[in-house]
Design a protein around this ligand. Structure first.
Ligand code: NAD
Length: 308
């Protein structure tokens, strides 16, 4: 039987996510938004690209939460996007209310779903979804690390004039200014990037990665990035829906790993049919561990804004 995937929010990230999920034939898709009729139009439009693009799944746009019933995976992209000059954290209260509306809409129709959160501030919203639903932590996770890593990879490929596919990178920490790109775990076909790019230049690339989202917000002027975020989200959806056991940086609930407790933050995990199947605890260099713990401390403070 085909899998069922709900995408909540049919804005920029949601529509491209639905499109890429369909192109990858990952399952039938329900695209839901509060704006009347708009998701129905987008759903039809994506579905009608199927015959020429060669996919068989349907994209059903709707405004009715009942249509989300019994989803294998619920991807939450509903929320306000960042505007120029706005930090991700400015979005806190607005997106908390939106998240509450989404969970109240979906949960009565879904007994034990998996939630893949994309809404910013990512680590905070994922924590909130976990606490509010009471779902097992393995079934609630957030997308950010793949996006941050793919940006790092793209910059490395651009720098060296090589294929994007031959780059591997690891970015841990929160999805924000405190993210922790790790050149030590970043390679080109297995060759440490530290042997290929001089330290000073690598530092610039790391800084550009940290500001990767902000750079695009400044250029777009009316919203934030959506192509790479959607592609990164679909990578995680594929891992769980096809039980791939991919090792991917994801925002997950830590319970003492890396000396961090009761917080969602980006670390490498195994993603498969049961959601987060393993959290990998790397022996980080002391300065990288300090940066990760600093990132966690920032998010612990931010959670207080939401009343935790
Ligand atoms: P957008 O404004 O284009 O789309 C958001 C959509 O959510 C709108 O269509 C809106 O009507 C809908 N919505 C609002 N409240 C809703 C509700 N209660 N139920 C259903 N739908 C609702 O924004 P976007 O560019 O698609 O960004 C969406 C979110 O994703 C933002 O919070 C943004 O910051 C975040 N984001 C995260 C990442 C990441 O890597 N985690 C990357 C990019 C964007």
């Amino acid at each position: 039987m085909r899998k069922k995937i709900t995408v909540v929010g049919a804005g920029h990230v949601g529509e491209i996510t639905a499109h890429l999920l369909a192109e990858a034939n990952l399952g039938d898709i329900v695209l839901i938004d509060v704006v009347e009729d708009m998701p129905k139009g987008k759903g039809l439009d994506i579905t009608q690209s199927g015959p020429v693009r060669g996919f068989d799944v349907l994209v059903h746009g709707t405004n009715d939460w009942k249509d989300t019933a019994d989803s294998d995976l619920i991807v939450i992209t509903a929320g306000m996007a960042r505007k120029p000059g706005m930090s991700r954290e400015d979005l806190f209260t607005a997106n908390q209310k939106i998240m509450d509306g989404v969970l109240d809409g979906c949960m009565p129709h879904n007994k034990n779903p998996m939630l893949l959160v994309v809404t910013n501030p990512l680590d905070i919203m994922t924590y909130h979804a976990f606490k509010r639903t009471g779902l097992p932590w393995q079934r609630v996770f957030g997308q950010a690390g793949i996006l941050d890593s793919t940006r790092f990879r793209a910059f490395i490929a651009m720098e060296l004039g090589i294929s994007m596919r031959d780059t591997q990178a690891m970015v841990m920490g929160g999805h924000g200014d405190t993210m922790v790109p790790l050149p030590r775990y970043t390679t080109v076909s297995g060759i440490p990037v530290t042997e290929l790019i001089p330290q000073e230049r690598l530092d610039q690339i790391v800084a550009r990665t940290r500001d990767g989202g902000g750079e695009i917000v400044k250029l777009l002027k009316t919203g934030s990035a959506y192509f790479a975020p959607a592609a990164s989200t679909v990578e995680m959806a594929d891992a769980v829906l096809n039980d791939c056991k991919r090792v991917l940086p994801s925002s997950v609930y830590l319970q003492g790993q890396y000396g961090i407790k009761d917080i969602y933050i980006g670390v490498p995990v195994t993603l498969g049919a049961n959601g987060v199947e393993k959290i990998w605890e790397l022996k980080l260099a002391q300065d990288d561990l300090a940066l990760l713990q600093k990132s966690a401390a920032t998010y612990k403070e931010h959670l207080k804004i939401l009343g935790y």
